[in-house]
Design a protein around this ligand. Structure first.
Ligand code: ADP
Ligand code: MG
Length: 700
């Protein structure tokens, strides 16, 4: 019964494995009996589903049945080791079987003429079907041995493991041995009430079902349980974190909508709000009424109008007598916000200051003093806002634009400025993350989505072109410049070869200067000092340069409505979401705009199809979904920054329904028993889980 000492036994003691193979497993991070349990099969083959060799499809793993042909040992030139070759004949067709290494035991165990099942992935080599290192199972009088399972789990095995005879068959033997030793008895971290409500197999049954299934259906049910478990553990962790943040910190309850909101809404609203904006403002308002800190992320495509939503939050806070700090990742962005906010706030008589790294000291001091006395209701700035010398009088709301550009610590430093309580937090991002992924990643943040564009936007015409079309592209660009418009030309920046890429940008810059001598061209890239970058951006904003050549530094929410052409060189090297973000740099005014993605002429069909999605869709969420499917969550988010553990069995894209169920279960459980007093097994499991994935664990 749940004897933990058995599970802690090093794998090398497991009968049938041996020290050498145990060593190989250690390289995969599998050390103890317990670790092997979570080495899940990637699929199952049903022995009853035998594929005739004549119908074998290259690269499709299948079960074949036939008689073994003659065994031949072949020495190949250039290979130190001879290989073993045989064949399988099913009465109609034949295929070749080959072993490159460690085949001595095959010769000992199998004879020519013997009837076997051969399992593996055939490939086509010199017009012959061939399976390398097939799993062979002997049949006696045409039957499987009685003790054999009818379903064959297929594990993710490398060539290296297979050559050490650590194949699917051996793994099954190991699991049989493990089962004999332990009965897979283990304490179940998922509480029984949850299992019952969501119809989940108990742990030991599920372990049997996933490794030693008697039917494919059983295996599927077992897999469901483990997918659920993976999502559930992460969700319990995130939801508890949210719970403890909310219960440990108090925020000012801003119960009044306040006089400013109504005044602004009735007299100064510059345009009717979209339905999406209204909905999100309501969600924010509801949060701010409470004495628990709001922690809300607003996601909205570039140009969807997040700024004015932030303004309404600010008006609520200021109207209730609190200060607001709005933080942006760059000076250009902060200045842009200051312009919008200044325009909106001044008729209301609300005081506002702009605090930048480049602000002269005397002016800085004035702003700091006024912040401290509370004379200043709103401050906009960059990382300046959370520096040590900044003291607020009554900070009630922080707004962080492009929140992913700031680190966890930087955001926390700003929030701590409201000591002893916490301000309400509003986070803004234009990087759309598909809803389910957002749930998984931001389990501790509430998410609002602005899924509607303000009316009257001209859609950006998206063109995908190769180098052959350079003349056409330059002509289009020239025509726009002649109309007085401006353009961005973007080059990729890949970290590993920063120097090369920098060269590409610089060369591109010179080419553009030569091609367009009558216009002023600016350049911007990550190797420049931030002052230099800011200056280049400023020149472009003021239309003193007409073309800006650069890297994705331009990506962040800069608003130059006069820019109508975006050209992206080597567009195939960008993620779809990133290209969509870049496209958002144009189409911000009333003029027709163009996004031109340039790709190499030898681009593959699949890469082309991927880019076509951009021409087809304008909705950032739609594009993000496609991007996520194509690249997986790790690449999509950049696993490191996301803080998302890798899932062993669950798939965020495919298993969205499971994620939703697991999240609901986690929510109910945490609500009922936040410190998990009633669930010591789960509690212990979570501690270990958090340690393993380096996630922060909150305890009461
Ligand atoms: P983003 O979500 O990318 O930060 P902004 O808040 O900068 O978008 O808004 C983009 C532009 O759209 C701004 O010029 C803004 O004034 C304008 N805008 C925002 N909401 C509306 C609306 N409801 N109707 C018309 N224009 C709007
Ligand atoms: Mg913005």
């Amino acid at each position: 019964m749940g004897d933990s000492s058995v599970w802690d036994t090093p794998l090398k003691y497991l009968k049938g494995l041996g020290p050498r193979r145990a060593e190989l497993l250690t390289e995969l991070g599998l050390e103890k009996y317990q670790d092997l349990l979570e080495y899940f099969p990637r699929k199952y083959l049903d022995y009853a589903q035998i594929t005739p060799i004549s119908q074998a499809r290259p690269d499709h793993e299948a079960v074949f049945r036939g008689k073994l042909g003659r065994f031949q040992v072949r020495a190949l030139p250039g290979r130190s080791k001879a290989l073993l070759v045989s064949s399988l004949y099913d009465g109609h067709a034949w295929m070749e079987l080959v072993w490159y290494q460690g085949w001595e035991w095959i010769r000992q165990k199998f004879q020519t003429g013997q009837e076997v099942l051969a399992i593996g992935r055939p490939i086509l080599r010199k017009n012959t079907l061939q399976i390398a290192h097939p799993d062979l199972i002997s049949l006696t009088e045409g039957k499987l041995p009685e003790t054999f399972l009818k379903v064959y789990p297929v594990y993710p095995l490398s060539e290296k493991l297979k050559q050490a005879q650590l194949d699917n068959k051996r793994l099954r033997m190991l699991f049989e041995e493990l089962y004999r030793l332990t009965g897979f008895e283990m304490e179940d971290p998922i509480p029984e009430s949850v299992r019952q409500q969501y119809d989940l197999m108990p742990l030991s049954e599920a372990l049997r079902g996933i490794h030693l299934p008697t039917s494919v259906e059983e295996a599927e049910r077992a897999r469901y349980r483990f997918k659920f478990q993976e999502f559930f553990m992460l969700q319990v962790l995130l939801i508890r974190r949210k719970y403890f943040l909310k219960s440990h910190y108090a925020a000012p309850a801003l119960t009044q909508v306040g006089p400013l909101v109504n005044l602004f809404y009735e007299k100064y609203l510059p345009f009717p709000l979209t339905e999406a904006q209204k909905r999100v403002i309501k969600e924010v308002r509801q949060d701010m009424k409470l004495s628990t800190p709001m922690n809300r992320l607003i996601q909205g495509d570039v140009g969807s109008g997040k700024t004015i939503v932030a303004l309404f939050a600010a008006l609520i806070a200021i109207g209730n007598g609190y200060q607001v700090a709005l933080m942006a990742p760059t000076e250009v962005l902060a200045e842009q916000h200051a312009r919008s906010f200044g325009r909106w706030l001044s008729p209301l008589g609300v005081s506002m200051g702009l605090l930048l790294g480049s602000t002269p000291p005397s002016q800085k001091k004035k702003i700091l003093d006024r912040l401290y006395t509370g004379e200043l209701a709103c401050v906009i700035g960059t990382h300046t806002l959370f520096q040590k010398n900044v003291q607020y009088h009554r900070l009630g709301l922080t707004i962080i634009d492009e929140q992913h550009k700031f680190g966890v610590k930087q955001r926390a430093a700003l929030w701590e400025k409201a000591h002893p309580y916490r301000p309400h937090n509003l986070l803004l991002t234009a990087t759309p993350i598909p809803r389910t992924l957002a749930l998984a990643v931001y389990g501790d943040v509430d998410v609002s989505i602005i899924d509607e564009m303000p009316p009257g936007r001209q859609p950006v015409r998206t063109l995908i072109r190769t180098e052959v079309h350079r003349r056409e592209i330059w002509n289009l660009l020239r025509a726009e410049l002649q109309k007085g418009r401006q353009a961005y030309i973007i080059y990729p920046l890949v970290e590993e070869s920063e120097k090369l890429d920098l060269k590409a940008v610089e060369e591109g810059y010179h080419l553009v200067c030569q091609a367009f001598p009558e216009y002023k061209v600016g350049m911007i890239h990550g190797k420049m000092s931030s002052e230099r970058k800011e200056r280049e951006m400023q020149l472009f904003k003021l239309a003193q340069t007409q073309i800006l050549v650069g890297t994705t530094v331009v990506e962040v929410g800069v608003d130059v409505p006069n820019a109508t052409v975006l050209i992206v060189e080597h567009a195939d090297r960008f993620g779809l979401s990133q290209l969509h973000q870049l496209r958002g740099r144009v189409g911000r005014g009333s003029h027709a705009s163009y996004a031109i993605f340039i790709v190499p002429s030898e681009i593959s069909d699949s890469a082309m199809a991927r880019l076509q999605a951009l021409a087809q869709y304008r909705d950032g969420f739609r594009i993000a979904e496609i991007d996520l499917k194509l690249r997986g969550p790790g690449d999509f988010l950049g696993t490191k920054q996301s803080g998302l553990p890798e899932f062993k069995i669950a798939d965020i894209v495919e298993d969205q329904a499971v994620l939703r169920a697991a999240r609901q279960a986690a929510q109910d459980l945490v609500q009922q028993d936040p410190s998990l007093q009633l669930y010591p097994v789960l509690r212990t499991y979570l501690t270990e889980y958090a340690r393993k994935h380096s996630l922060e664990l909150f305890t009461a």
